[in-house]
Design a protein around this ligand. Structure first.
Ligand SMILES: [Zn+2]
Ligand SMILES: [Zn+2]
Length: 109
């Protein structure tokens, strides 16, 4: 009995050497993509991963930039909080007879 030949889902003329772990499509040596974990993926299933690896360099740069922006914003925020604290101190000094009333709860009029 002849062994059934499985052809690649993308290249019918070529024999499949493996199956995609995600969609079970037969893939040939030419189009099989092996992940860093050693799993075989068809080109369609592998494309998001391939893109991710291509973009990794760019993403790292973007992450660095974002990190710097966040650090700067945190610095500005802490400066703003200092200004607010100073203003609160000044306000308390200006109106010592008015106690601060919480917006909810015991405020009765
Ligand atoms: Zn697949
Ligand atoms: Zn193929």
């Amino acid at each position: 009995m002849e062994k059934p030949r499985t052809s690649c889902s993308l290249h019918p003329a070529l024999e499949a050497t493996g199956l995609c772990i995600l969609c079970d499509s037969p893939v040939c040596v030419q189009c099989a993509w092996t992940s860093p974990m050693g799993k075989v993926l068809c080109p369609r299933c592998a494309s998001p991963y391939q893109k991710r690896y291509e973009w990794e360099g760019e993403a790292t740069e973007a992450t660095k930039e974002t990190g710097a922006t966040v650090a700067r914003l945190l610095q500005e925020l802490s400066a703003a909080q200092q200004i607010i604290a100073e203003l609160e101190t000044k306000l308390r000094a200006m109106r010592p007879e008015v106690p601060w009333v919480p917006p909810s709860g015991e405020a009765q009029q």
